[in-house]
Design a protein around this ligand. Structure first.
Ligand code: ATP
Length: 232
């Protein structure tokens, strides 16, 4: 296993007017490939903040962020956008598929953004759809897909650029239990195939799918669950 992302003494504060919220207290963590890491915590505990720091979406208030051994803390926004495009795939609760495009066209989208020739983009997108067992639905528009199927297309879209790191924010929160389990199985499979998969959730039932669990409670990171009641 290799460390593909790490935070060293990272803290994130938000200032609104006179008040400062510590969304994430000083934290050091390492994210490894070949693992499905769950980031668990109750609502408002700082999970999305932690994921956004790993995903180079926000800057830390202090500390350093490393992606694939590169210190990215001081890079300008445009360089961070390149890192996101090339090394990180994102999956969201509400799928964020483009409605007028078919499943295949949605998955081709990141490669089109990178300026890949259409033929190659199509080949890569078909491979990614195959990995999530969605080849037979490639010509469907999102509205013809179930929630679970939409999420699998969204995972294929995150995979298509061959990103080392796949970050998922509450990917099962809009799904029934059965579809959620299928999506988690797919994500586990991707981790077993070498990706670093990070899933943010407040759903304690997802714990059996994890290789590793990081708990975030009131902005503090720990490897132990402190207050199970807070998750209800
Ligand atoms: N852009 C922002 N400006 C001000 N405060 C913010 C901002 N983003 C997050 N916060 C605050 O930081 C804290 C942590 O938020 P965060 O979204 O990381 O938690 P979370 O665990 O992902 O919550 P949820 O499960 O409800 O999405 C919360 O108190 C939140 O209100």
């Amino acid at each position: 296993m290799e460390v593909v992302a790490s935070l060293k003494d990272v803290k994130k504060e938000y200032k609104t007017g006179d008040t400062t919220i510590v969304a994430l207290d000083t934290t050091s963590i390492e994210i490894q490939n070949n693992q499905l890491t769950l980031i668990m915590g109750p609502s408002g505990s700082g999970k999305t903040t932690l994921l956004s720091l790993i995903g180079c979406v926000i800057y830390p208030t202090s500390g350093r962020v490393f992606i694939l051994d590169r210190d990215v803390t001081d890079l300008p926004e445009k360089k961070l956008a390149d890192i996101r495009l090339n090394s990180i795939g994102f999956v969201f609760q509400h799928f964020n598929l483009l409605n007028p495009l078919t499943a295949l066209e949605n998955v081709m989208q990141p490669l089109a953004l990178k300026g890949e020739p259409k033929r190659r983009a199509r080949e890569e997108a078909l491979k990614a759809l195959e990995k999530v067992n969605m080849l037979d639905r490639k010509n469907n528009l999102p509205k013809k897909l179930s929630g679970g199927q939409k999420q699998r297309v969204a995972i294929a879209r995150a995979l298509v650029s061959d990103a080392a790191i796949i970050l998922c924010d509450e990917p099962t929160a809009s799904l029934d239990a059965k579809s959620a389990a299928l999506v988690m199985e797919d994500l586990k499979q991707l981790a077993a195939g070498g990706k670093a998969v990070v899933v943010v959730t407040h759903d304690l039932r997802l714990r059996p799918f994890a290789d590793r669990i990081i708990y975030v409670e009131e902005g503090k990171v720990s490897d132990k669950l402190k207050d199970e009641e807070a998750y209800k």
